[in-house]
Design a protein around this ligand. Structure first.
Ligand code: PXL
Length: 288
């Protein structure tokens, strides 16, 4: 099982590849990386960061991998620095995803109703095109709203199924994180998703107040890890959402600055135990 994670390297502030590589690799599969940019920190909550766009290097990297006849079982794309990189990911899918492989797109663009720095309407339009080429997409609620031209400020929990349905017009299996749901006077954070039978489902975990950076990356990486081990989508969502929530809970208890990312390291062991149990102890096939 060979997975390719396409994302940036934010050297400080755990997110993107510094989250994806340890989680996917620990899940028991080979995880290769394609860095899209190198930043001194991520762009949320820091100023004065450096940003080196690696677009110029990507075609030669792909050409080299093709000369090695590399093929991927799963490709997951995350933070892309430009519209040109969106086009590159489409090419990478065409040239390096094996037939029957899974293309997963995390359309990283924003949070809490607003786009991150560097992104605009044109980027959103192009991202819709990339999502249309994916088997699974994992937007947060903000990104789901941008992808479906929905007004985030007006969204209530009644609207989640309609958003999921609109996303399905783009991609067969959306999984939307960060959907607040109230039950018995308590607020939960839910994932609304489409399961392997094509049914809309949701999975709720405790909502922990605060804006925690890198949570989407932890969720997407754990989901990929579970799917790579042959676990059903229902169980994969449950394991990934639980891992993410417990990482947020520990980060809140640690009282570290949210911009430095989640303490997912502390939750790695329970995550792996849940993963191994769900996989029935079956190991992944070796990477070819
Ligand atoms: O976690 C999402 C993310 C990834 N990469 C970079 C970011 C962000 C969110 O701000 O800035 C560079």
């Amino acid at each position: 099982m060979r997975v390719l994670a396409i994302n940036d390297i934010s050297c400080v502030g755990k997110c993107s590849l510094t989250v994806a590589l340890p989680i996917i690799a620990a899940s028991g599969v080979t995880c290769d990386i394609l860095p899209t940019a190198i930043l001194s920190t991520h762009t949320g909550g820091f100023s004065g960061y450096t940003f080196r766009d690696l677009s110029e290097d990507i075609p030669a990297i792909i050409a080299h991998w093709k000369s090695l006849s590399l093929q991927y079982d799963i490709i997951i794309s995350g933070y892309l620095g430009s519209i040109r990189q969106i086009e590159m990911v489409k090419t990478i899918k065409r040239e390096l995803l094996r037939e029957g492989g899974l293309m997963i797109v995390d359309p990283v663009m924003g949070d809490n109703g607003v786009l991150y720095s560097h992104f605009d309407h044109d980027f959103v339009q192009e991202m819709k095109g990339l999502c249309a080429e994916a088997d699974i997409i994992v937007p947060n609620l903000t990104e789901a709203c941008y992808l479906t031209d929905t007004d985030y400020a007006a969204v209530g929990e009644r609207d989640y199924p309609a958003i999921l349905k609109k996303l399905q017009a783009l991609c067969p299996a959306p999984s939307v994180t960060g959907c607040d749901v109230k039950k018995d006077g308590k607020v939960y954070s839910s994932v609304f998703y489409t399961n392997d039978a094509g049914k809309f489902q949701s999975f709720a975990t405790d909502k922990i107040e605060g804006a925690f950076h890198g949570a989407g990356d932890v969720y997407a990486s754990a989901l990929v890890g579970c799917l790579a081990r042959g676990i059903s989508t229902d169980k994969a969502v449950e394991i990934a959402a639980t891992f993410t929530t417990e990482s947020i809970r520990q980060t809140a208890a640690d009282k570290t600055q949210a911009r430095y990312g989640l303490n997912s390291e502390s939750q790695m062991l329970p995550y792996l135990e849940a993963l191994d149990k769900a996989a029935g102890g079956k190991k992944a096939d070796p990477a070819l």
